[in-house]
Design a protein around this ligand. Structure first.
Ligand SMILES: Cc1ncc(COP(=O)(O)OP(=O)(O)O)c(N)n1
Ligand SMILES: Cc1nc(C(=O)O)sc1CCOP(=O)(O)O
Ligand SMILES: [Mg+2]
Length: 203
């Protein structure tokens, strides 16, 4: 089963992003997603592999965004697949049954298609407005997240503008994914703990 808090690395990667990963793991993050958008494949592989090793030492799961080849090369636990990446059924064929596969869904229809294709969990958003990623559609709100969660049997991870204060609004989600709430925090370990406490306090 996928963990309830996914801490996504800052897209720039490199030593500052690794520091944030160390802090998030120290704060108890159960899942780290390697989300790099720049650099050579060699650099991206090296970064992913370092994160995998840190996660392994901390007992956390490691997911690689976009690229199943990097995920397998770095021996990550899974891959998160977006609309422009290889199709989920192809990733499943390449990666095998034990590999965790997440897919991005913004509505129940897409969510059902991703699950039918073999997704183990769904990232659903943007739950709230965010400046971390350009070109996103309007926020779907907690109601949009709930509509997807009610349509599928796999865990739904809400993403986009999620903060510890907003976690109670996302009652139907299995968990949440964050970038800035941890990586831009003054104290990323404390921020991670705060989000975990908010998740634990929902039920
Ligand atoms: C948990 C989770 N949910 C959604 C996303 C977004 O993925 P994607 O659509 O591939 O967009 P990028 O992150 O690649 O910009 C995610 N990464 N994680
Ligand atoms: C990478 C990403 N994907 C989203 C989606 O809705 O698919 S929202 C998002 C950015 C999440 O960053 P923050 O926690 O700083 O808002
Ligand atoms: Mg992606």
């Amino acid at each position: 089963m996928i963990g309830r808090l996914h801490v996504l690395t800052d897209a720039a990667g490199g030593p500052p992003a690794l520091e944030a990963v160390r802090a998030a793991l120290a704060g108890g993050a159960p899942v780290v997603q390697v989300r790099t958008k720049t650099g050579t494949d060699r650099q991206r592989y090296a970064f992913a592999r370092e994160v995998v090793l840190l996660c392994r030492a901390a007992g956390a799961q490691c997911i690689v965004n976009d690229r199943v080849d990097l995920a397998l090369a770095a021996r990550a636990d899974g891959t998160h697949i977006g609309a422009d990446d290889l199709p989920v059924e192809v990733v499943r064929r390449i990666a095998g049954p034990a590999h965790l596969i997440g897919g991005t869904a913004r509505d129940p229809e897409r969510a059902l298609a991703l699950v039918a294709a073999g997704a183990d969990y769904l990232g659903v958003g943007p739950a709230f407005a965010t400046s971390t990623k350009d070109g996103l559609p309007d926020p779907i709100g907690p109601e949009g997240v709930a509509a997807v969660a009610e349509a599928v049997r796999v865990p739904v991870i809400a993403i986009g503008g999620v903060t510890a204060e907003r976690v109670p609004l996302l009652r139907k989600a299995h968990g949440v994914a964050v970038v800035s709430a941890v990586s831009a925090a003054d104290d990323p370990a404390a921020a991670t703990k705060e989000i975990l406490a908010a998740l634990a306090g929902r039920s």
